[in-house]
Design a protein around this ligand. Structure first.
Ligand SMILES: [Mn+2]
Length: 327
């Protein structure tokens, strides 16, 4: 799928001449170290139900051509004077799941020097342990994973110890990430989980889960979620499995589930993590994107969420609130 260039030609914005197909938001690459790097990981090895996540990142990049470049949060059009670079996608190297995850970690790690903000588009959620692995030498961690928080939007807890005998299944993504000895995992939108996962959530004091059933229909509980995010301290990796949103707005994702976050609840969550006064979002991913054929709604929703992350990161840079060395 390619962006609808006809639509762009009719828009009175500067990208009409400069739109670059294959780049996120159609923005041209610039020389020098990017402020933001968009990384595509077309990974699909363990998806259990749907298919097509391998084509998701490219579809999301294509759909991003329709996202408005203006956002009142920063008050000007993207790229707002910053270099937003769309890197060549991950090669798909590796014959086994372990080799592929190692290859993904290597692909991502060159961008984790603290100078560029990585926005990773996936691919199935099974990439999460590789994403966490790649953060090892990030200056915000210096190899100490006990500093790192994860904020996860997801329908599934992803805390299984294994699925069909595979401990690195996407259904185990958060459990494998926790194996790194993280500080804390915060989850929202969770509405599909096993008894074993439920028991871990209840018993593990490093996991805070806001279940969809009692969070999304209660304003008090929702405000508690936002307050919880506001109180996080230290570096954060934000992982957005788009199936955390209601299935009606991401119907093509591998396992759409009803009863999820509204688009605006996802946006509020993104805003809350980026504006938490004692925390710094050091990287983010948007995954389980599958190209929708009848309409680009699924991939466009993913592109909108990734863009919100970019907007908020730029807002942080502009206000010099970022506490990470060299960032
Ligand atoms: Mn997931």
């Amino acid at each position: 799928m390619t962006p609808n260039s006809q639509y762009h030609k009719d828009l009175p914005r500067f990208v009409a001449e400069e739109f670059v197909e294959g780049n996120f938001l159609g923005l041209p690459s610039k020389d020098g170290e990017p402020a933001i790097v968009v990384l595509q990981v077309p990974y699909e090895l363990t998806t259990s139900y749907g298919q097509g996540t391998a084509q998701g990142p490219a579809a999301c990049v294509a759909a991003s051509g329709q996202v408005e470049l203006f956002d009142p949060i920063i008050g000007e059009d993207l790229p707002a004077g910053y270099n937003i670079y769309t890197a060549p996608e991950w090669s798909g190297e590796g014959n086994t799941l372990q080799q592929q995850l190692a290859s993904i970690s290597k692909y991502l790690s060159e961008w984790n020097n603290g100078s560029s903000f990585p926005v990773i588009l996936g691919g199935e959620h099974g990439i999460l342990p590789a994403v966490i692995d790649s953060l090892c030498d990030h200056p915000a961690l210096e190899g100490d994973y006990s500093k790192l928080n994860i904020v996860q939007i997801d329908a599934h807890a992803d805390l299984r110890e294994e699925l069909d005998g595979e401990p690195f299944s996407h259904a185990c993504a958060a459990a494998r990430a926790m194996d790194y000895g993280l500080k804390h995992l915060y989850q929202v939108g969770i509405r599909a989980f096993s008894k074993q996962e439920y028991e871990r959530i209840i018993s593990d004091d490093k996991i805070t889960t806001f279940f969809a059933s009692d969070t999304l229909e209660s304003d008090t509980k929702w405000q508690q979620w936002l307050e919880t995010l506001n109180n996080i301290e230290g570096p954060i990796h934000l992982t957005i499995d788009i199936d955390g949103l209601d299935g009606s707005i991401v119907p093509a994702t591998g396992t759409p589930v009803p009863g999820g976050l509204s688009f605006w609840q996802a946006v509020e969550t993104i805003q809350a993590v980026f504006t938490a006064p004692k925390a710094t979002v050091i990287s983010m991913d948007v995954n389980e994107i599958v190209p929708q054929q009848d309409t680009p709604l699924t991939q466009f929703t993913a592109a909108m969420l990734a863009t919100k992350g970019i907007i908020h990161h730029i807002n942080v840079r502009k206000s010099q609130r970022n506490r990470v060395k060299n960032l």
